[in-house]
Design a protein around this ligand. Structure first.
Ligand code: HEC
Length: 461
């Protein structure tokens, strides 16, 4: 008995509303479909239609009662709730009216017209009620959450932001904390369903708090209602997420604590907040990690033996960059550098997918030969030091977006080459000492490629 008294029966039954509501929906739509079939195929479904409408009305009434119970729980967007409530009630009334008209069609001629309009109207209100019901359950943006960009734009929604998962550039709020709220909290704390009057979708609302005032005290997790709620015993009434929803993992909880302790910033990058190694581990656990090196992110087949033999016969050396790796390092035999020709270089392009390191140092290369090299798009390291190339040659390399290491020391390059070098967006290390590139040119390179390390002087000892 005490168990029954303790339980909130209104809420208990109310929660069955979303389940039961599908019955009237099904019956009313069924009536509409039968009506179409009997009109098209001239079969007599009148009795079935009448009973479907009656069933729709009866289950509709039950859904209304349960719905009102559920609404008493509060925390719903009021205008969406009202729209849902009244269109739901209208649907039920219209369904009942349609049933009564159907039963009495033979009595008066006007009833046929009235019946048709009533059924049509019931179907319309049903659609509207269903739409608002969906918004109440999932939030009004639920339907278009995964819609393509242009569709979202048409609907007036912000373009979806792609989550950044690379530690160096991920934002602590957008990519970690917000991401976690979206997954675990926002079914209940969104603009359409503000449980506890708390909205966890926008920074301003998060800081404003809910019924009991602010829920985050920047710099002090132990004073922050939001953090306390997720760390309670899961059996506790106040535990969040409520209703037995999937709780935060221990890593997520620790990250939340870390973020609040660091002042709960909304615009900082992960790397801008000091953190122990432990936190890096937790970040990895929630999907924020170091960038995979380019080569590891590609699956590629090895080059056929015959192709390799052909290349070696031309005087190149080939070896894999690691045991069992499909990736190759190629270089031209340094014994007779003068023998390299454009034709030989074009043989090398037969393995252009696999060659990722290429050494052509100290070879009298011609500028236009580099047009072949420009097609080695998986190249990550390229040595062209002490060759005869000039600014003209560099133009052929601008497509090498994966190039991380480029050695151009001891060449005739000038600041004319800067525009092209600036396009090598993957570059991390550039050697240009003993060239005519000026310090000003170096500054320009760094402006476009802030992460690149430029070696342009003899390393000082
Ligand atoms: C299934 C629905 C549901 C989910 C999911 C949920 N909450 Fe709640 N939340 C509620 C309800 C209902 C209340 C109001 C009753 C209460 O205060 O316990 C509430 C209240 C709160 C409050 C107190 C607000 C105030 O000012 O009183 C906080 C803080 C909170 N939730 C945080 C969270 C966090 C963080 C998550 C995600 C980890 C979460 N909630 C997930 C339903 C939910």
């Amino acid at each position: 008995m005490t168990i029954l008294l303790e339980a909130n029966l209104t809420l208990f039954f109310g929660r069955f509303h979303p389940l039961l509501v599908h019955l009237p929906i099904g019956f009313i739509i069924l009536a509409g479909i039968f009506e179409m079939i009997s009109w098209k195929k001239k079969v007599d479904l009148q009795l079935a239609i009448a009973y479907a409408l009656l069933a729709g009305a009866i289950f509709g009434m039950m859904a209304i009662v349960l719905g009102l119970m559920l609404a008493s729980e509060g925390g719903y967007n009021e205008s969406a709730l009202n729209a849902h409530k009244w269109t739901g009630i209208a649907t039920t009334v219209l369904s009942l009216a349609a049933y009564l008209l159907k039963k009495n069609l033979h009595k008066a001629a006007w009833m046929q017209k009235a019946y048709q309009s009533t059924l049509l109207l019931a179907l319309i209100t049903l659609t509207v009620a269903g739409h608002y019901g969906g918004s109440l359950t999932h939030g009004s943006t639920y339907l278009l959450e995964h819609a393509p960009g242009p569709v979202r734009q048409l609907a007036g929604l912000k373009p979806a932001r792609e989550r950044i998962t690379v530690m160096d550039s991920a934002l602590v709020y957008d990519d970690v904390i917000h991401y976690m709220f979206e997954a675990k909290c926002n079914v209940c704390h969104n603009p359409d369903k503000q449980k506890g009057a708390l909205l966890l979708t926008e920074p301003a609302h998060i800081m404003k708090g809910g019924d009991s005032g602010p829920v985050i005290v920047p710099g002090d997790a132990s004073q922050s209602e939001l953090f306390l709620r997720v760390t309670l015993n899961p059996d506790h009434d106040d535990f969040m997420p409520a209703e037995g929803r999937t709780p935060l993992t221990k890593e997520e909880t620790a990250l939340l604590e870390w973020w609040i302790e660091k002042g709960a910033p909304f615009d900082k990058k992960v790397v801008e907040l000091s953190r122990e190694e432990r936190i890096n581990g937790y970040l990895r656990e929630v999907g924020i990690g170091e960038k995979k090196p380019f080569l590891a992110s590609l699956a590629i087949a090895s080059v056929a033996r015959e192709v390799q033999d052909e290349i070696v016969a031309e005087g190149f050396k080939l070896k894999t960059i690691a045991t069992n790796s499909p990736w190759l390092e190629a270089s031209y035999s340094s014994y007779n550098p003068d023998k390299l020709s454009e034709q030989k270089l074009s043989t090398l392009t037969n393995a252009k997918e696999n060659i990722t390191w290429l050494t052509l140092s100290r070879i009298p290369l011609k500028d236009d030969w580099l047009s072949h090299i420009g097609r080695f798009t998986n190249l990550t390291k390229l040595w062209l030091n002490q060759t005869a190339i000039t600014d003209e040659g560099i133009k052929h390399l601008v497509q090498l977006k994966n190039l991380e290491y480029l050695n151009l020391y001891g060449t005739k390059l000038t600041d004319e080459a800067i525009t092209d070098i600036r396009q090598l967006s993957g570059l991390k290390k550039l050697y240009i000492w003993q060239t005519d590139i000026t310090e000003e040119g170096v500054a320009q390179i760094k402006e476009s490629l802030p992460e690149v390390e430029v070696v342009y002087q003899y390393p000082s000892l």
